[in-house]
Design a protein around this ligand. Structure first.
Ligand code: GLU
Length: 277
């Protein structure tokens, strides 16, 4: 599949997961945050508009408070997220400043989807930052979001949040950085012959069967939530990539149209047929 369209992308949402900014469950990978800050700042300064969706509040909280495992109680997790989110933003601010780039924090809860005024207000807030050449860094508001029947304000994972943000700001491209290189036809951790799929034009049952279920070992949040994010992006005819977070410089390769990771975009031929009908 020709990837020239990726060279034209102006507004890009980049999502990075907790595992990708941590060396171990409780140790922050400062080098990774530095590389990510360099890449995002370079793109922004080249005239792109970058929105970063970053997980890590709970993980960085555990690192800050020197805990050796994640607590299971919700109240403990919320306290960790509170400590960790401010520590995470402090880290991002410092690393981005090194590249003369300002960042602004936006914390979201799921209910913005149900309230048009909240949805519009999030849009205004993100656009206002971008107009000022500031990179928005978005996470779920983990210290307050809840998952109660009749009152669910929680996303629970950031693949969905990133797709919601990408649609909200009418991004051209969503890049999901993961702990694998992309979507494989079988589990690359256990099957040495697993092959990376370069292009997906439609999320059908064959593709869904490659996800391995929620919370699979394919990646942190599971491939299933990433494929759902891809489905959302393809339904609005936007592009999505799943790539490895190992070296954030790979984002430059994506935007040069190079054949890295898995590229999701609704099949153009199919669109043409629908348009002709
Ligand atoms: N919002 C959570 C955090 O920052 C992470 C959600 C996810 O892992 O996708 O810790």
């Amino acid at each position: 599949m020709n990837r020239d369209i990726l060279k034209e992308c102006k507004r890009v949402v980049i999502k990075i997961g907790t595992n990708s900014i941590m060396k171990s469950p409780t140790k922050v990978d400062y080098h990774k945050i530095d590389r990510l800050a360099f890449v995002c700042s370079s793109l922004q300064q080249q005239g792109k508009e970058v929105v970063l969706v970053s997980s890590g509040a709970v993980g960085v909280g555990a690192s800050t408070l020197k805990m050796d495992k994640y607590p299971s109680a919700v109240a403990e997790q919320q306290a960790l997220a509170s400590v960790g989110q401010s520590a995470l933003m402090n880290l991002y601010s410092r690393f981005f400043q090194h590249y003369e780039q300002y960042v602004g924090q936006i914390l979201m809860t799921r209910d913005i989807i149900n309230y048009p005024n909240s949805y519009a207000n999030c849009n205004t807030s993100i656009n206002s930052l971008l107009d000022k050449n500031i990179i928005p860094i978005i996470n779920e508001n983990d210290a307050v979001s809840v998952d109660e029947s009749g009152h669910c304000t929680k996303f629970g994972e950031n693949d969905t949040l990133a797709a919601v943000v990408a649609e909200l700001v009418d991004a051209d491209l969503l890049i999901i950085m993961s702990d694998v290189d992309g979507l494989y036809d079988s589990n690359p951790h256990t099957n040495p012959d697993a092959a990376l799929i370069s292009y997906v034009g439609e999320i059908d049952t064959d593709i869904l069967s490659m996800a391995g279920g929620a919370g699979s070992i394919f990646s942190t949040g599971g491939m299933e939530t990433k494929l759902k994010a891809a489905q959302k992006m393809m339904s609005i005819n936007k592009s999505m990539m799943i790539i490895s977070a190992e070296n954030p410089n790979i984002i430059f390769d994506i935007l040069n149209g190079e054949d890295v990771g898995t590229f999701f975009k609704k099949n153009e031929a199919e669109l043409q047929i629908q348009g002709d009908e």
